[in-house]
Design a protein around this ligand. Sequence first.
Ligand code: G1P
Length: 291
Amino acid sequence: MATKKIRKAVFPVAGMGTRFLPATKAVPKELLPVVDRPLIQYAVDEALEAGIETMIFVNGRGKGAIEDHFDMAFELEATQAARGKSVAALEGTRLKPGNAVFVRQQEPLGLGHAIWCARDIVGDEPFAIILPDEFMHGAPGKGCMKQMVDAYEQTGGNLICALEVPMEQTPSYGVLDPGAQSGALTEVKGLVEKPAAGTAPSNLIIAGRYVLQPEVMKILETQEAGAGGEIQLTDAMASMIGDQPFHGVTFDGQRFDCGSKAGYIEANLALALEREDIGAHIREFAKKLVG
Ligand code: G1P
């Protein structure tokens, strides 16, 4: 199928990170590290791996450190160079000039509103959305967004990452009403944001990754507040179903909900165990710790 290339990704990063206070009082939650890379760096790397060039950050007040993270660290780099030391660890923190765009969401009016704040930068082309606290860990070269962009080249239209969770967790998420399934693809017949307990149409949730057509921005412009009194992206997407193809993609990899403390610790442990430099040490320590 002839599809327009996905060149842009939107990263909503304006949230206050209240679940991680006091850690996130002065440090944006997106800069919390999993081992030694901040969550936002994994998200950007995932987008780059999928061939995406322009990263659009929808940021909020007091979180300018995210912008600094993707800039040159002049003093650090000059000092390390003068000492003959490597700055290889900074690889990936600098995007091509002009490829990191920052817009502000002035008020916390919801995810749908945050995405809408990027409308003029996205323009009239399909785009990706990555929620950095949904940490998706795939095999090298096969990250979640890469898998979604590959699927998009087959299906066109709109895609969300679909993930099975225990039924009792569905009230915390956007939930799919699934249709026919074929391999990793599930047709989406409906979407509901944060369904009341016992009412979810399935246990398949939207796991923080989207490939959407630009028409969603027009819908968001007049989208009324939904669950939690917020303007919901899920509601805007729901009204596109039927007009455009809509599929869920099952991610082949591991998902860590780094919006929760337990998920964040799990991610750190899992990635530490994979590391050549510290993996063996952490494995021994964990064994001793749990007896
Ligand atoms: C958002 C979305 C929801 C999605 C979730 C994934 O909810 O609105 O549809 O399932 O992210 O983490 P939030 O976590 O911002 O409440």
